[in-house]
Structure formats: structure tokens, C-alpha cells
Design a protein around this ligand. Structure first.
Ligand code: PRX
Length: 669
């Protein structure tokens, strides 16, 4: 019987694969079986048009065939972008962990779910779907035995590891809402996220390991918990087993899980119940807890993972993002696992032990799709190409990038050196708020051209538009303005946790009936989209969003600081660097150097290392309008060494201050 099952399964997978190869060349660069024989669809353009015109039929069909529902949904969508409201698959009940783990553990127990590429070079750990399921159940039982229940928020502050993914899945199984915090954030940043979510539970590790260095996670959690009185328990996983600080709230995770049952009954949840919160920076105030719900997010993450990357059964999917960011959520964890894929979880950094790390890993693990960041590529292309070419990369089929513009040099290196001009390069545009990829060269018509340096085409079901200064949607091509999305999609964020007013005001007020991304874009004469950068006071450092206000707030707390203004400037490696202009109070005892040092420490302590400004310029005054508003436009030009483009400064209260600033900037460089 078992043999027959294996043969049938093999034949089935093979048949699907052959069909994929045969059909892929028909309508779309990727096989989408649900619409292959649809009477209205005979080309990719038809499929795209159908996805916009028949939104409910399009997404409803996919949701039925791709997700396992405990109770079928009654309506597909109920959305009103004017009100910032979206509901998908109402009436439907499902569980994300059942979809991502349990159903595959039943169908293909021995298939590898996770390949943990540990920090230590050459060390990998394979976890099958059966093992992942059992571990998830043990963790779910552990959490429940400590009183954690549906709707509770659980903060996960962990290294990229199977245990972290089991924690996410265990939360999903019991209906708790996870909030993964990147394990590089400081104690204060972690505390503010714990408090905002009012979380009683934190799951962490003794230490993290990255690039051969130990990171004291538990110590940071202990500090954070001192300032977050809501926390009642801290589960600690032993990543290194070293002696670390202890607190009365600690619970040893492995010990608890070893006693727990590997059998667990998954909670039956509504499609619109929250799956997770993920904090991201905005232009004002504290980071926002972007909230995603179960059904829509899961469908969107998994559908995009399969179709953008042309993932096929048996492929090894390698997204090297950290699970602390949305890319990790959608394309390391939820998207691939929902599709029953084998997903690589990468704990290390691209240059450890040397700049060949990614490509050695590609050869050893036989990775088929590689998804990374422009910053890492810009860093790696500085080294000799032999770090790439000495490894066999013939397994690679699709290369992808996200987080910031992929400049031509990096695109061309990725395409030519890494991909040997064989692989499609997908420059994908999306955000924490979109849940998954929204603009991307693939899928597309078979053989459609890919142009370097831009994400190009809307994903299926997506209708980007450009809103001009007048708040109106621009018609025609060759237009530039605010990048908005005009059609609701299942993966869109549902709210900002605890602040639905801010959600509506931030994303749905620029122009009626569209979602505003915060980015600017140019729609070229051929209709392709190119991102021009953020339009708000958010800067993008190595693909990570940072609000200038967050950094200013941190520095303003220094006793000697009177006022600060932070701007971004073009940075060769990081995309954008951070430049802080700081004016001090009078009669300061410390030297400027000491204050600069202090300020760097303050930012590191309050936010994270990556938020520390590259330059801090101490100045006597900041340029302001007569009404007292800091002229950031001028500061941006100075930081970018474009003092000849300062424009009209006559409206300033003190135009003289500008020449002094330019002078000090030049002296500092
Ligand atoms: O400015 C855009 C930039 O990253 C922002 C979203 O950041 P986050 O929510 O942290 O998610 C990053 C990973 C999805 C966007 O508003 N961005 C993302 N992808 C691109 C990009 N900028 C240019 N080109 C891209 N492909």
C-alpha cells in the first residue's frame, strides 16, 4: 500500500511538473492551473484583465483551491478603500499552521520543510514537515499550558532558527497573534513594541550568532522586560547553551517542550482573525504595528511565492531575509510553507566567513530560487567575481531582490555574474503593509522582456496608479507622483494595531479610494513602473525603514541637545545613509566629539545599531522658515553635497545660517 502511495504521489508530482513545463509557455510565464482552461482567458493580458475585472472570482477561485478551509467562506471580499476597510473570505474558517505545516505533514511527512543554514559555515540542519509539525504541536501545547490563548499577543525575539518558526507556527495554531521583533533591536525598541502590543509573553533565545559573533539576546530581553510590566513570562530557547542572565520570569523552552505532547488540536479561526503584527517605521511618531489577518495574507503570500519565482514542486527556495522583517514572514515562512515548499532559513551574513557565503550555500543546498537585498549585492560585487564563479550555480532558476531600488550595476552583476544570464531577475516592489509582492516583472506573458532596475509590471489583481500633487490619479504614461494601489487585494494590512484612525489617515487619505504607499514612482512611456523613493520622512537604510522622527526623538533626549534634524543621503552601499544636524544648548561642558559619541550611543541604545547616523554635524542653528519650520529640503541638499541646488532660500528666517552650514559640512567631509 505504502509503495503504491509513493508511486502515485511521484506520478502525480511528475504529471504536474510536466504539465507545468508544457503549459508554462501558453498563457503565462508561470503555471496557474486554476485559469488554464478558462473560456475568457487565452493570453496573459486576458488573465491580468480578468484578475481586475472579476476580483472576487479570481481570488475566490485561488482561495478555494490553494488553502484548506475548515469551513468554506461565504463572501470573497468586502472592501472599501475610501474607508481603509478590507475583509476577505468572510464566513471562512481556517488555521494558518494547518495550511503551512499539518496538511503537508500528512501528505508528505518526509519532505524537507526547513533547511537551517546555521551561522557556522557549512552546517545545515534539515527539518521534515513531520518533524516541524510535531515540534509546532509541542510548542502549541506548551504555550497553552501556560494560559496563552486565542488573541493574546506573543513577542518573538529570536535568531533565525527552526525554533523561531515553530514559535510562529505554534502561535498560529492556537490563534495567538505573534509579533516578531528583529533580534537586532535594542532593549528600548523591544520594550516599546512589547508595551504597544500589551504582550504577556516573550519567546527568546540565550544568544544569537551572526557572522561568528555572539549577540546577547536574553540580556536585552531582561532589560526590555524591566520597562514592560505587562510581561508575565519569558520562554528561553538555548541557541548556544552559554551561561546568560536569568530572571524570575524565565521558562526553559526545550524543557517544557520535551514534556509536551506532539499531538495538538488546532484552533478553528475566522479568516479575518489576526495572524500577526509587525512593527515598521512611519514618518511620524513611534513605529506602527502593522496587522495582518489569516486568510487573505496566507493566500497572497503563497500565491506570489509560487508565481513570481515560478516555484515548482521539489525546488529549494532560498530567501535570505531575517524573519524579523516582512520579507522573512512572507517568503521564508508563510508563503513557501503554505505551498509545501522546502525553504532555506539563513542565520548568517553574506560575508561570513567570506564573500562567497551565498554562492557556496547555493551549490551545497542546490538552491533554485534566490531572493536577497540590493545592499548585499552592492557589497558583494566589490569583491572578486571568483567568490561567485568558483561555485556551481547551475541549480539557480530565478533571482530576486527587494527592499530598495536595485541599481543598474547591481542588477547587471546579479544577472550576468551570479545568474550567468540564464536566470530571470525579479526586482520586486512591496511593503510590510502590502503583505506580499505588488509590482514585479514576473509572472508575465511567456518570454516577456525584463528591464533591469525596476519592478516594471503590476502583479495579478494589482492596479497601481500615480497620484499627482493635485490629489488626482494621473492618466497616460510618462508620469510621476505618489505610488498608490487602486484595487483591494487579499494580502493588504487590515489596521495599525490599536490605532485604526492612524491607519486610515496614513494610507487612505491622499486620494479617494486608493491605498497610498508612501513611495514615489515614475510610470514610463512603456507603462513600466520605477520607484523613485519615499515621499515621506522615512529613510531606507540597507532596505530597512527608519523614520527620521524616531532618530530625532532619540537624540533629542540628550541633555545638551537643543534640536535635531535627520535626513537621508545617497549612500553607495546602503542605498541611503543617515545624516543628523544637531544644534546644542548653550554653555555645554563636553566637547563636540564627546557629544557626537554620546549621540551615537543614545541611538544604538534606543533603536538599533543600523539606525546610528553616518554623520552628525553640530551646528549653532538649523535653517528655518519664518514660521519656525525646519527646512529639510535644504538639509537634504547639503547632506547630498548638492549645495548648488539649494534653490530659493530667501524665505528663511536666517538665510545666513545656510552658508555656515555648508561650510561646516565641507569641513567635516
Ligand atoms: O520604499 C519602498 C522600499 O521599501 C519600502 C518598504 O519597506 P518594508 O515595509 O520594510 O518592506 C521591505 C520589504 C518588502 C517601500 O515603501 N522598497 C521595497 N521594494 C523596493 C523598494 N524600493 C525600490 N524598489 C523595490 N523593489
Amino acid at each position: 500500500m505504502a509503495l503504491i502511495r509513493i508511486i502515485t504521489k511521484f506520478a502525480k508530482e511528475h504529471r504536474v511538473l510536466r504539465t507545468v513545463q508544457r503549459r508554462a509557455s501558453n498563457i503565462c510565464s508561470t503555471f496557474i492551473p486554476e485559469f488554464e482552461n478558462h473560456p475568457e482567458i487565452s493570453s496573459y493580458d486576458d488573465l491580468y484583465a480578468f484578475s481586475l475585472k472579476n476580483t472576487d472570482e479570481f481570488w475566490g477561485t485561488l482561495a478555494k483551491s490553494r488553502l484548506s478551509w475548515q469551513k468554506p467562506f461565504e463572501t470573497v471580499s468586502d472592501c472599501n478603500l475610501s474607508e481603509g476597510q478590507a475583509r476577505w473570505f468572510d464566513g471562512g474558517q481556517l488555521n494558518a499552521a494547518v495550511n503551512c505545516v499539518e496538511r503537508h505533514a500528512q501528505e508528505n511527512p518526509d519532505r524537507i520543510a526547513l533547511i537551517w543554514e546555521k551561522d557556522e559555515p557549512g552546517t545545515q540542519v534539515n527539518i521534515t514537515y513531520k518533524e516541524l509539525h510535531e515540534q509546532t504541536c509541542k510548542m502549541a501545547n506548551t504555550l497553552e499550558s501556560h494560559g496563552i490563548k486565542k488573541g493574546d499577543r506573543v513577542v518573538i525575539y529570536m535568531p533565525v532558527s527552526p525554533m523561531a518558526i515553530e514559535a510562529m507556527m505554534a502561535c498560529a495554531r492556537i490563534g495567538a497573534v505573534h509579533s516578531v521583533v528583529f533580534a537586532g533591536f535594542s532593549a528600548e525598541a523591544l520594550a516599546s513594541r512589547i508595551v504597544d502590543a500589551n504582550a504577556e509573553t516573550v519567546i527568546t533565545a540565550d544568544e544569537g550568532v551572526r557572522g561568528g559573533k555572539l549577540i546577547s539576546l536574553k540580556k536585552t530581553v531582561d532589560e526590555a522586560v524591566k520597562n514592560s510590566h505587562c510581561v508575565k513570562r519569558v520562554f528561553v530557547y538555548k541557541r548556544t547553551g552559554n551561561e546568560v542572565s536569568k530572571s524570575s520570569l524565565d521558562i526553559c523552552l526545550e524543557e517544557q517542550m520535551s514534556k509536551a505532547s506532539p499531538v495538538h488540536k488546532a484552533a478553528i479561526l475566522d479568516s479575518e482573525d489576526l495572524l500577526f503584527i509587525l512593527y515598521t517605521s512611519g514618518s511620524t511618531g513611534k513605529p506602527k504595528g502593522i496587522a495582518h489577518s489569516i486568510g487573505g495574507y496566507l493566500l497572497y503570500a503563497s500565491f506570489t511565492q509560487q508565481t513570481v519565482f515560478n516555484y515548482q514542486p521539489g525546488d529549494i527556495f532560498g530567501c535570505v531575509a531575517d524573519i524579523g522583517w516582512i520579507t522573512g514572514h512572507s517568503y521564508v515562512v508563510y508563503g513557501p510553507l503554505c505551498n509545501g515548499a522546502t525553504t532555506v532559513i539563513f542565520e548568517s551574513v553574506p560575508t561570513y566567513p567570506d564573500p562567497g557565503r551565498y554562492w557556496e550555500m547555493v551549490e551545497r543546498l542546490k538552491i533554485n530560487q534566490f531572493y536577497g537585498s540590493p545592499t548585499a549585492l552592492r557589497l558583494l560585487l566589490r569583491y572578486d567575481d571568483s567568490f561567485v564563479t568558483k561555485y556551481d550555480r547551475s541549480s539557480l532558476k530565478t533571482l530576486g531582490c527587494v527592499g530598495e531600488p536595485l541599481n543598474h550595476e547591481a542588477w547587471s552583476w546579479f544577472h550576468t555574474v551570479v545568474g550567468e544570464k540564464r536566470c530571470d531577475v525579479v526586482d520586486t516592489w512591496w511593503q510590510t503593509e502590502t503583505g506580499g509582492i505588488s509590482i514585479t516583472p514576473r509572472p508575465s506573458a511567456p518570454g516577456a522582456h525584463i528591464e533591469g532596475g525596476m519592478p516594471m509590471r503590476p502583479f495579478l489583481g494589482q492596479q497601481p496608479c500615480i497620484v499627482g500633487n493635485d490629489g488626482k490619479i494621473q492618466s497616460g504614461n510618462d508620469v510621476e507622483g505618489a505610488l498608490c494601489l487602486a484595487t483591494p487585494w487579499p494580502g493588504m494590512a487590515r489596521t495599525i494595531y490599536g490605532d485604526s484612525k492612524r491607519f486610515v489617515e496614513t494610507y487612505f487619505r491622499l486620494s479617494d479610494g486608493v491605498y497610498f504607499s508612501g513611495d514615489g514612482a515614475h510610470r514610463h512611456s512603456n507603462g513600466y513602473y520605477q520607484i523613485t523613493g519615499r515621499m515621506d520622512d522615512v529613510i531606507n537604510v540597507s532596505g530597512h525603514r527608519l523614520g527620521t522622527a524616531e532618530i530625532e526623538d532619540a537624540m533629542d533626549e540628550h541633555k545638551d541637545v537643543s534640536e535635531t534634524a535627520v535626513v537621508g543621503f545617497p549612500h553607495e552601499l546602503k542605498g541611503e545613509g543617515i545624516y543628523a544636524f544637531v544644534s546644542l544648548k548653550e554653555s555645554i561642558k563636553e566637547t563636540p566629539e564627546e557629544i557626537i559619541d554620546d549621540l551615537k550611543k543614545v541611538v544604538k541604545t534606543k533603536i538599533a545599531s543600523y539606525a546610528v547616523p553616518d554623520f552628525i554635524l553640530i551646528t549653532s542653528a538649523l535653517p528655518k522658515t519664518r514660521s519656525g519650520k525646519i527646512m529639510r529640503r535644504i538639509l537634504r541638499k547639503i547632506a547630498a553635497n548638492k549645495e548648488d541646488e539649494l534653490g530659493d532660500i530667501s524665505t528663511l528666517a536666517d538665510p545666513e545660517s545656510v552658508s555656515q552650514l555648508v561650510e561646516s559640512h565641507k569641513n567635516m567631509m
